[in-house]
Write a new protein. Sequence first.
Length: 202
Amino acid sequence: MIIRVLRSLALLPAGLFLLLSCGPPAPAPPAGIRVVLPADPLTLSPVGKNDRTSEVIGMQISDSLVRYDSRLRIVPRLAESWSVEADGRTVTFRLRDGVRWHDGEPFGAEDVLRTVAKAREPATEARSYMAQFQRLVSLTAPDRLTVVAVYDQPNPDFLENWTIPMLPAHLVSMEEDLLTSEYAANPVSYTHLTLPTKVLVW
């Protein structure tokens, strides 16, 4: 069959053969960005006792409830909105719906609770975040997309706390040592944000 096809093509006029061979252009390869780092990262966990390289990479992998924009304004990320009660101590975050980790698990309130719990564990040595949550009295999840934080007193800088990168509860809950965990070596990111990132190999 293949020989017959080739023979029939050989009988076509040269111009027509060229016309048939000029199909649509091949799709361009996916765009990529190469960045030179000063050193290899010690871990890919975005929370913990990280070197600077690990911290930079970790922030590209994960995301936070809020983040500073280019004009140093706090803007929503994984949190869709938030409100503060009249007492100034209670903050309610409404999380974005439809956000998933790359392994297919949905992002939700349990991820927020587990992230804060891990950050407060002494073994994690998350010094840059531990101090931020010292005034946090309780953290609860009334439902999958709601998180309520209660502080011991009004905290005008409470949003600064929530720039902490989120961790997947279904993965890190099984790890005793976050910094040497399987997750820290092979982290997962989100599939729904402005620039989703996935670690393929390290």
